[in-house]
Design a protein around this ligand. Structure first.
Ligand code: PEP
Ligand code: MG
Length: 582
């Protein structure tokens, strides 16, 4: 039966494919397709892990104290039986053979299927046996991780007809999808600028988040359409609907091909003002996509993604340096703005869950996040600063600091940068001594107290995602308040316009690197406010460029002034219409 679900559009375009449901537990393992030639060795890997768990269970049984409760032995026996059960073993092997899933994926997929059967069972005792199966699967997964040293990485082949459907996907898990070619994403939770949505957008594939109950209503392998422009998900579409969307999909592909022609033209307005379009990246390799789209630099390198998926430790200085250098070298002389780690809120680190109380922070978005965390971990921060400074010897590097609000935070940060330079001098290691340091303007206090920043820093970058979150007190990742997350709220627009105007007056370069910079519907408004440097995901760059090429700054002046002069929604909307038509 066909039905439609509505959510929040976060990444444009249309995807048509089969639903691939991901259970939260399944996200802890890698998902990739193996080559046909690897099937037998993958099955062998499974068998070896199965054997290892058998040995573990035998050892447990042998070690049972004579006076141990009899249930203990029975419990181990049940686990041994499950470990041999064809429903688990044979079906998992079938998934490896027929679908070419890696063994971890096959195993968690089969666990999901079995769990659904168990959920339907009336008998409570039997229903609870589901937990035993989960425990056995977990043991096998651990054995697999131990056997191979780590869960296998790398992706083989493509699964290009699948659309991921999940309750939620953490940003760190989203990174796993960077190397895979899923066609779309649908999640129950999330907001437009949640980091999950941002990564989806960076992949340039259609996505809808906040599609409530999607993961419960959509079944594995259902045919679905994701309309990423409108946040609509159509499940089991009627043939005529499918035909219409296939047509729209091919039209969009055509538009995209046309946009490619803009790649090599200079970015300037009709009146000849040069506009810089830079890229936001999460991993060094993303620099290729940035260059491909014609970016004139990296305006935001979100380094925290390098720190995620490091289960037990932070990356060493050398490892960080290599990653930064790689991005710098790939950009081949173009500027690379490296932001110091911005963890916390919806981007926790595995290694943050130590004794620092982070997990129990009452409100992580207002807690020990970004620069606050870095300043509380000076050794870690110095390590990152040294790594960035070292990369500055290989190209044009700028340092960007997130979430600053207080004068003492700026001063402490600048002191630590001086200290990192001293340490490199002592060790005789090269770096650019004149590396520029800038601040993200993403807390309203920073925008309002701008002179503090203008006096101390070389450049500014407005992070509209957080600026909106903190100005409107709307958690950007919370879909229950997503309808109130409004980039066009007069308070937000005034803070942006004020920051642009004051920075310009002080001669301090300023850019916008939040998601507003990549929204072509807002390009003219930002241009009219005086913005000349945008930074966005490469997948959005050409559409924004098209808007720039069609704009004339002089004609934008009056309607943009009207937008800022009004506080009434209808008047703002009317003025915005005039901006679009100017
Ligand atoms: C922002 O807040 O606008 C920004 C660019 O940073 P992030 O999205 O990583 O918080
Ligand atoms: Mg931010």
């Amino acid at each position: 039966m066909s039905f439609t679900l509505h959510g929040i559009p976060v990444s444009r375009g249309i995807a048509i494919g089969r639903a691939y449901l991901i259970a939260p537990a399944a996200l802890d393992v890698d998902h990739y397709l193996i080559e046909p030639a690897q099937i037998e060795s993958e099955v062998e890997r499974f068998r070896a892990a199965q054997q290892r768990v058998h040995e573990e269970l035998d050892a447990l049984r042998a070690d049972l104290a004579a006076d141990a409760p009899s249930e203990m032995g029975a419990f181990i026996n049940v686990h041994s039986m499950i470990l041999n059960d064809a429903m688990l073993v044979q079906e998992t092997i079938d998934l490896i053979r027929t679908r070419r899933y890696n063994v971890e994926w096959a195993l968690t997929e089969q666990l999901e299927r079995l769990s659904r059967h168990f959920d339907d069972i009336e008998d409570e005792y039997l229903r609870e046996r589901k937990a035993d199966i989960e425990q056995v699967v977990e043991r096998v997964l651990k054995a697999l991780a131990g056997a191979s040293g780590a869960l296998a990485d790398g992706v083989h082949g493509a699964c290009d007809e699948m659309i991921v459907v999940a309750h939620d996907i953490a940003p760190a898990d989203m990174m796993q999808f960077k190397t895979q070619t899923f066609q779309g994403f649908v999640t129950d939770l999330g907001g437009r600028t949640s980091h999950t949505a941002i990564v989806a957008r960076s992949l340039g594939i259609p996505a809808a988040v906040g599609v409530q109950h999607a993961s419960a209503l959509i079944r594995q392998d259902d045919l679905i359409i994701v309309d990423g422009d409108h946040g609509i998900v159509i499940v089991d579409p009627a043939p005529i609907v499918l035909e219409e969307y296939s047509y729209r999909q091919s039209e969009k592909a055509l538009e995209q091909r046309k946009l490619q022609r803009l790649k090599f033209s200079p970015t300037q307005t009709l009146c000849g003002t040069r506009i810089e379009l830079c890229a936001n990246i999460e991993l060094p390799e993303d620099a290729r996509a940035a260059l491909d789209a014609g970016a004139t630099g990296v305006g935001l390198f979100r380094t925290e993604f390098l720190f995620m998926n490091h289960k037990d430790r932070m990356p060493e200085e050398e490892e960080q340096f290599e990653a930064y250098r790689r991005a710098v070298e790939l950009m081949n002389g173009l500027p690379v703005t490296i932001r110091t780690i911005d963890v916390g809120a919806d981007k926790p680190l595995d290694s943050m869950s130590g004794g620092d109380g982070y997990e129990t922070a009452p409100n992580p978005a207002l807690g020990l996040r970004a620069i606050r965390w870095s300043l509380s971990e000076p050794q870690m921060f110095l390590t990152q600063l040294r790594a960035i400074l070292r990369a500055s010897a290989f190209g044009s590097v700028k340092i960007l600091v997130p979430m600053l609000a207080h004068a003492q935070e700026i001063d402490q940060t600048l002191d630590l940068i001086r200290e990192a330079k001293r340490q490199l001098d002592d060790a005789g290691i090269a770096y650019n001594p004149n590396v520029q340091v800038g601040a993200m303007i993403e807390i309203p206090a920073a925008a309002i107290a701008l002179p503090l920043f203008l006096k101390r820093l070389d450049f500014l970058s407005i992070g509209t995602n957080d600026l909106i979150q903190y100005t409107l007190a709307i958690d950007r990742a919370d879909n229950s308040v997503a309808h109130l997350y409004d980039p066009l709220h007069p308070a937000v627009l005034h803070l942006i316009a004020f920051t642009l105007r004051e920075a310009k007056r002080a001669g301090v370069p300023v850019s916008v690197c939040g998601e507003m910079a990549g929204d072509p519907a807002l390009t003219r408004l930002l241009l009219g406010m005086g913005l000349t440097e945008f930074s966005m995901h490469p997948s959005q760059l050409l559409e924004v460029k098209q808007e720039v090429l069609r704009s004339h700054l002089k004609t934008l002046e009056k309607p943009v002034a009207d937008v800022l002069a009004s506080f009434e929604p209808e008047e703002v909307q009317a003025a915005l219409k005039r901006v679009a038509q100017a």
